[in-house]
Each structure stands twice: as structure tokens, then as C-alpha cells.
Design a protein around this ligand. Structure first.
Ligand SMILES: Cc1cc2nc3c(=O)[nH]c(=O)nc-3n(C[C@H](O)[C@H](O)[C@H](O)COP(=O)(O)OP(=O)(O)OC[C@H]3O[C@@H](n4cnc5c(N)ncnc54)[C@H](O)[C@@H]3O)c2cc1C
Length: 518
């Protein structure tokens, strides 16, 4: 199949078969642009959407929840296809992201349960801080609450190029929280500070970054209205499958990592794969993850990308996080349990655990600050519809370090932490462990993008700009990192794929495909 297509002049080649690539393919096909091919490096479609079926139920190693409902195209697809988990069923566990404080237990390393009033007090202080800061930011820096259409071809206007950044997430929170603590008269100072540190760790995961110093505050992210978290009965893969089924098999080539895209040869692009095959087409939509793009900016394009685009790519924040699923044949928790968050309060216990864990023979991977990797586990929560599974989040530097450890080592350490924080030495080791490994996947290289403090005015336009120009788009860019408001999400990725496809469709409809000698 690939060999025959090598000799054909295609209309569109899509590099990458994740959410954005498949959304683009579906949109093109639905609009009569049939002469297309998706080149995917790996042996499956979906990219960072990867649902595996296990004896304990489905496990989402990448995207798991639909964030926001009203206006969210993936939520609509999920509802239409009856894929949404019913919130009223007893097996429903997930909290909306804002209420993790209401339903989870927050415990210290000695197994003490932290008083829920204090937990809620700190949660409220953090939320207030967030809102106050958004509202008091200079007007030009305030988040634009008008959602910028991501599915129509871009018209770059002033709203897009405004400066949205005031300071880093870390600075914003530390200044505000210190002030809050000073104003507190109660005696819970230490525990509040510990909860605050937990929250910062949680933010590392939410923003998928190695340091909150690098995250711009406020970013550009906007949440669609409705529940922040929608669970899917059969995992995120079921939503992706709805799109995938519209793409005929012969329009996809798997195990086809693209090596170089030659994009300035008259009006034709030549796409060369690592196996030596070469395809040609009028347009190429590049949807590879921003992490891959950062590492291959110089080798992947001929001629090289313009300097401003290279800088924009390098300035996007992209780091990692790891999901750790632990499964027991017989759960150790009761039905009403929803999860436990790890709030560290004492250095002494940390030292004791460090010695104990290294005696077990588990490698103690230390972070730059000298602390072990497992301090970056925020806690474990139950998973909707899978009664025997807990999911833990490993964030920041600890997440990176953990990828070099074996499943057995990670499983042992997680069990020891659960024993300490739950105050129950009898908790057995899990019967199975499943971990995401996005960072060590050479075609992904990390989790999802964030707006970095390195971002400069005009970066977003440069990142998304088609080449050689928006008027003559031969090389187009899509993928979650190119979404203005919904970067980091699957629906953001989806919308950018639609946007790239519509740019080409509009061009064709307007018959603007003039022959330009470049
Ligand atoms: C742990 C984790 C949890 C997440 N949770 C959620 C969530 O709950 N909800 C949510 O909305 N989002 C979530 N996300 C984010 C979401 O998964 C992504 O934003 C989205 O799937 C990205 O889609 P994409 O098409 O932009 O990129 P990808 O899915 O990464 O697709 C890009 C494709 O390009 C391919 N590729 C790379 N290099 C080449 C090459 N040289 N040649 C050909 N192909 C190549 C890759 O193999 C990949 O298949 C999560 C992500 C992670 C990592």
C-alpha cells in the first residue's frame, strides 16, 4: 500500500496519528478531500490516547477524562455515542477537579488524618488567591474569557498577540500564601504549610511541568463549562475510536516515522521516512508532539524553519508526569473510600523511609534537591468503574527519575507509602502495576504542554503559522500545543486538527491553489 502511494501526488499528508492527526483526516475526508495519507511512527493510532484492556478493566495511560462539557466537541461525541459514565451510578468515583479536597483523605506520613476543615480552609485560600490574582491583573494580562475559535482557519488579530503573562505560578502562589498565613490566627500553621506544599506538588502535575517557576501565570487555558471531569465507561480510547472508524485503513501507514519534510520544492512537499520511502503531497499537516518537534527542529525540515518559529517551539513548556495504576485482586479499602493524598510533614520520617527503602534493595534515585523521587507522588485515588484499581500521580523531577526504575521497585515503594500514610502496615503489595512511560517514548517525549514564562509576544502566531505563509499553506502545524485556549488537552488537539484541515478545505473551495514558484 505504502509503495503504491509513493508514486502518487497526494493532496494532504498528515504526520502523526494522534487525536489532532485523526481529527484532521476525518475532517478532510468528510469534505471530499480524499487523496490523503496519515503517516504514524508507532504501531498504533492514538498517540497520547492509549487505553489498554486489563483483567481489572480499562487503563488509560494517557488522556482519561473529558475536561469541560458545554461546547466541548469531544463531550458531544461521547454523549452521542453513549460513552459517558453515568454520574449517578454507585461505581462513579471521580471528583470534579475542584472538589478533590472534599472527597479524598489527606493524611500525613504517620497515618494521621488531617482535619477536613483545615484541608478545606487551605483549599479555599488557594482558590481565592487564584481568582483574586486573575481579577487584579492588568487588563491586557487578564485571561481572555472569549474563547478563541480553534476550529476555523486563524485570523491573527490583536486578541491573540496580547501579552497574557504577569509572573510565574510559583511567585504568584508563594507571595499570596505567605500573606494568607500571616493573617491566620489559629495554631495550624505547620499543617497548613504542609498542605500548601502538597498543593504545589499537585500543580506540578496539573501543569505537567518540572518547576512552577517556569509556568506563566495566568496562562491562556480556559475550561469549557460544566463538570471539569467526565469519566468514560470504556476509557478515552472509545472516543478516539469513534473518529478512527471513519478513516479507511488504506489512508493510514503505521510504523512510518517521518525523517524529513522538504517543503519548498515548487508547490509540492516531499516527505521522507526513516525507512527510505518518500511521499509527495500538496500540503503537509505536522501534528507530532511539541517535545518531538523541539528535539528535531533542525533535522526534520528542509529548508530549516524560520528563526521565529524555532524560538516559539523552544519556548513552549513541555515536561512529564507519570500515572501509576496499582491493582489488587482483593481491594484493601472499603466501598466509600475515594483516595488518599500524601501530605509530608516531617523530615525525620523521610530519612527513616530512605534508609528502609534502600535496605530493601530498591535504588534510591535522588532529585537535585537531595530528596528521593517518591516524594513527588501526590497520592492515590480510586478509578471510576474499576473497583480494584488505584491511580497515583508522579510529578516533576520525581516522575522523570521513576522512568528508570523497574515496575517491582515502583510497586514496592508505593506500597510502603500507602502503608505509612494510611497507617496500616498490613496493606499488601499490589498484584499488578501499569505505568505510563511517555517521556521515554521517543515519538512523544513527555506529557503535555504548558505556557512557559519564556514565552514572548508573537510566539503563538509563529508556532501556528503555516509555511511558507498563511496565504500559501504548504506546511501546517496542529497538535495540542498549538491550541490557544485548550493546550494540554485532547479536545484542544482535536480542534487544532480540524482547524488545519479547514484551512486546506477553504483554500480548495476558494480555488486559491495557484502555482507559485518558490
Ligand atoms: C499522562 C497524560 C494524561 C492526560 N490526561 C488527559 C485527560 O485526562 N484529558 C485530556 O483532555 N487530555 C489529557 N492528556 C493530554 C492529551 O492526551 C493530549 O493533549 C492529546 O492526546 C494530544 O494529541 P496530539 O494529536 O496533539 O498528539 P499525540 O497524541 O502525541 O499524537 C502525535 C503523534 O505523532 C506521532 N509521531 C511523532 N513523531 C513522528 C514522526 N517523526 N513521524 C510520524 N509520526 C510521529 C506520535 O507517535 C503520535 O502518535 C493527557 C496526557 C498525558 C500524557
Amino acid at each position: 500500500m505504502e509503495t503504491s502511494l509513493e508514486n502518487v501526488e497526494l493532496d494532504v499528508i498528515i504526520v502523526g496519528g494522534g487525536m489532532s492527526g485523526i481529527a484532521a483526516a476525518q475532517q478532510l475526508l468528510q469534505n471530499g478531500v480524499n487523496n490523503i495519507l496519515v503517516l504514524e511512527a508507532q504501531d498504533y493510532l492514538g498517540g497520547r490516547i492509549k487505553t489498554i484492556d486489563t483483567e481489572y478493566g480499562h487503563i488509560d495511560l494517557g488522556a482519561e477524562w473529558i475536561h469541560g462539557q458545554t461546547g466541548n466537541p469531544l463531550y458531544d461525541i461521547a454523549v452521542e455515542n453513549r460513552l459517558v459514565h453515568n454520574r449517578n451510578q454507585s461505581s462513579y468515583i471521580s471528583p470534579s477537579s475542584a472538589s478533590i479536597y472534599d472527597v479524598h483523605e489527606f493524611r500525613t506520613e504517620n497515618g494521621s488524618l488531617i482535619n477536613r476543615n483545615i484541608v478545606c480552609q487551605v483549599s479555599k485560600a488557594m482558590e481565592d488567591l487564584y481568582c483574586e490574582s486573575i481579577n487584579s491583573a492588568p487588563k491586557e494580562c487578564q485571561q481572555n474569557t472569549d474563547i478563541i475559535s480553534e476550529i476555523e482557519p486563524f485570523k491573527f488579530d490583536k486578541a491573540i498577540s496580547r501579552n497574557f503573562m504577569t509572573k510565574s505560578f510559583a511567585t504568584h502562589y508563594s507571595e499570596g500564601f505567605d500573606e494568607y498565613l500571616e493573617s491566620c490566627e489559629n495554631a495550624d500553621y505547620d499543617i497548613q504549610k504542609a498542605l500548601y506544599k502538597w498543593r504545589l506538588k499537585w500543580e506540578l502535575g496539573d501543569n505537567c511541568c518540572a518547576s512552577l517557576d517556569d509556568v506563566a501565570f495566568p496562562g491562556r487555558y480556559i475550561m469549557y463549562e460544566g463538570h471539569g471531569i467526565t469519566d468514560l465507561k470504556f476509557g478515552f480510547g472509545s472516543v478516539f475510536d469513534v473518529l478512527k472508524k471513519d478513516i479507511p485503513k488504506q489512508k493510514v501507514a503505521l510504523r512510518k516515522p517521518v525523517k524529513v519534510i522538504k517543503w519548498k520544492k515548487r508547490n509540492i512537499c516531499y516527505v521522507e521516512c526513516f525507512d527510505g520511502s518518500v511521499y509527495k503531497s500538496k500540503h503537509v499537516i505536522v501534528t507530532v508532539p511539541i517535545g518531538y518537534l523541539k528535539d528535531h527542529t533542525t533535522s526534520m525540515f528542509c529548508p530549516s524553519l524560520p528563526d521565529e518559529k524555532v524560538h516559539a517551539i523552544q519556548n513552549v513548556g513541555f515536561s512529564t508526569l507519570v500515572k501509576v495504576f496499582l491493582a489488587w485482586n482483593k481491594p484493601f479499602w472499603c466501598e466509600s473510600y475515594s483516595g488518599v493524598q500524601f501530605v509530608w510533614t516531617s523530615d525525620a520520617k523521610q530519612e527513616q523511609l530512605k534508609t528502609e527503602i534502600s535496605k530493601q534493595g530498591t535504588r534510591t534515585m535522588l532529585k537535585v534537591d537531595g530528596n528521593p523521587w517518591y516524594l513527588d507522588i501526590t497520592g492515590f485515588e480510586r478509578c471510576t468503574g474499576r473497583p480494584n484499581v488505584l491511580c497515583g500521580w508522579l510529578v516533576g523531577e520525581g516522575a522523570e527519575l521513576s522512568t528508570t526504575l523497574s515496575d517491582i521497585d515502583v510497586s514496592k515503594v508505593c506500597t510502603r507509602l500507602l502503608q505509612c500514610f494510611c497507617g496500616d502496615e498490613a496493606i499488601p503489595e499490589p498484584d499488578n502495576i501499569y505505568r505510563s512511560q511517555w517521556q521515554s517514548n521517543q515519538f512523544i517525549g513527555g506529557g503535555y504542554s504548558y505556557v512557559s514564562t519564556r514565552t514572548q509576544d508573537g510566539d503563538f502566531e509563529a508556532l501556528c503559522q503555516s509555511l511558507p505563509s498563511n496565504q500559501n499553506p504548504r506546511l501546517l502545524f496542529a497538535g495540542e500545543a498549538t491550541s490557544y485556549n485548550f493546550y494540554s488537552t485532547a479536545h484542544g488537539a482535536y480542534e487544532t486538527g480540524i482547524r488545519a484541515a479547514r484551512t486546506i478545505i477553504t483554500l480548495k473551495q476558494e480555488s486559491k491553489e495557484t502555482i507559485i514558484n518558490l
